[in-house]
Ligand binder design. Structure first.
Ligand code: ATP
Ligand code: MG
Length: 442
């Protein structure tokens, strides 16, 4: 992408209402624009990152044989009246009336709708188990929207749902999703702590939150730091025994969100040296809620003895749009964002030191024209001062920058800057490709 062709308008000033670094940086780097309290437009740069994160999450689900579908944002109130949550969900739910005076709502989550769908299709024990997911916008009329897209009103969530014939089978689905989440967060380059959680308004027996450690996080967590030694890498998500062994190893160690009662247990159960108190951002949440929704919405099946039984279900959410902010909170410095390569909107930033120099201009044009199909390059081809170009590229956070100037070109050299370390290396043009693949796995 040539910057001259890109709808990108970076800002020098921080927005006056922003507290978190991620909020400031997303606005300054032209990723988002607020259109109403807690409602944002995603501009091209922001959408590229949002799509990348979504892609990682979707790919992991599809690889695990979880079927993608899409449910609408607007839902009929009927199913919510049946479950009782039309009233119980509270003021967070945005209720709407259509022209015929029917009650509709903008979905804050999808347990009712998915249970209604599957109750028509899953009839026999032979139809189970099933796992489905979608990625869709949600609306929750939060009391106090804040922190930019981290706690907003309209946000993008991946929500998956499991349907099983009994507790054992449903518990396995839960463990598998637990492992899948740990793999997803690892792929995104994030250190995420799974903690035992209260299940809140969704209700149910078993629940974990996935917390990205951050000093600015809203959740207080306690955990046994031996958790960090258990790796998900070698766990095969198609192997029941391996998944259960992993889940047990992790959940045998103490981890929880904070309250007085948990604090006592924590001190009693975790050796002093392993106690870790921390703060973080909730990026995912999983629930097993047994037969709660099946009972309310009549989702039953015929078991292998010919008897009617209720389907066991669970739901599994990841805050896709919140992750954009959370990833920035974990990856920035005073100059701007530092994208991990997995979610970076571009792989390479290309900067021409002086546009009026024919030699450097020729090099940049031919490098961009020959490589734009191999790499995703953001080429700053504007006729701007070099200081401005360098600051801008640092703000945008692309992991590697190629800085092209006439002095170095005389010796066939380029400056390659690593955004994270700030280190600049002189690299010969001939060796550029191998330098990039050796250092950045391109
Ligand atoms: P929180 O405790 O942060 O309010 P929640 O427990 O109400 O979140 P869930 O119902 O568990 O949220 O939703 C699944 C995921 O959706 C959360 O883990 C979070 O990443 C994301 N999410 C929830 N509410 C918001 C919001 N207002 N803005 C952005 N993302 C959100
Ligand atoms: Mg939650």
């Amino acid at each position: 992408m040539r910057l001259s062709n890109f709808y990108l308008f970076t800002k020098k000033e921080n927005p006056s209402d922003a507290y978190l670094a991620s909020h400031k940086l997303m606005v300054r780097s032209g990723m988002i624009k607020q259109v109403a309290t807690g409602i944002y437009s995603w501009l091209p740069m922001g959408l590229m990152v949002l799509n990348k994160i979504k892609e990682v999450v979707v790919e992991h689900h599809v690889k695990s044989n979880i079927n993608e579908m899409l449910m609408p944002t607007i839902q009929s109130a009927d199913i919510w009246k049946k479950s009782g949550r039309f009233n119980d969900y509270g003021k967070e739910m945005l209720k709407i009336k259509d022209r015929h005076n029917n009650d509709l709502l903008y979905g804050p989550t999808n347990e009712e709708m998915i249970t209604d769908i599957i109750s028509d299709d899953l009839k026999s024990y032979k139809d189970l188990p099933k796992l489905l997911f979608h990625v869709q916008w949600k609306f929750r009329d939060e009391v106090r929207p804040r922190f930019g897209i981290m706690r907003c009103r309209e946000f993008l969530m991946k929500d998956a749902y499991s349907f099983d014939l009994d507790y054992d089978s449903a518990f396995f689905a839960y463990c598998k999703m637990f492992g899948l989440y740990m793999k997803i967060f690892k792929t995104l380059g994030l250190k995420v702590i799974p903690v035992r959680a209260e299940s809140g308004p969704i209700g149910g027996a078993l629940s974990h939150e996935f917390i990205l450690e951050s000093n600015e996080g809203e959740s207080d967590i306690y955990y046994d730091n031996r958790l960090l030694n258990i790796s998900i890498d070698q766990v095969n998500l198609d192997n029941k025994a391996e998944i259960k062994e992993y889940y047990e190893a992790v959940t045998n160690l103490y981890s929880c969100t904070s309250d007085k009662h948990e604090e006592l247990n924590f001190n009693k159960n975790v050796p002093k040296d392993n106690q870790k108190l921390s703060k973080g951002i909730e990026v995912g949440h999983i629930f097993y809620f047994g037969t709660k929704y099946s009972e309310l919405l009549n989702a039953n099946f015929t078991n292998n003895n010919g008897k009617e039984a209720l389907i066991h279900s669970g739901s599994y959410g990841i805050g896709i749009s919140r992750l954009v902010g959370a990833i920035i909170e974990a990856n920035y410095d005073e100059k701007g964002i530092i994208w991990p390569k997995e979610v970076s909107p571009f792989q390479l930033g290309l900067i021409n030191v002086r546009n009026d120099n024919q030699v450097s201009l020729n090099f940049c044009e031919s490098y961009y024209n020959n490589n734009a199909s191999n790499f995703k390059i953001l080429y700053d081809d504007r006729n701007a001062r070099i200081g401005e170009k360098l600051n801008n590229m640092d703000l945008l956070g692309i992991p590697v920058q190629i800085i092209v100037g006439e002095k170095n070109l005389v010796n066939q050299n380029l400056e390659i800057k690593d955004r994270k370390t700030g280190k600049v290396n002189l690299v010969n043009i001939e060796k550029l490709q191998s330098y990039l693949s050796d250092n950045y796995e391109f």
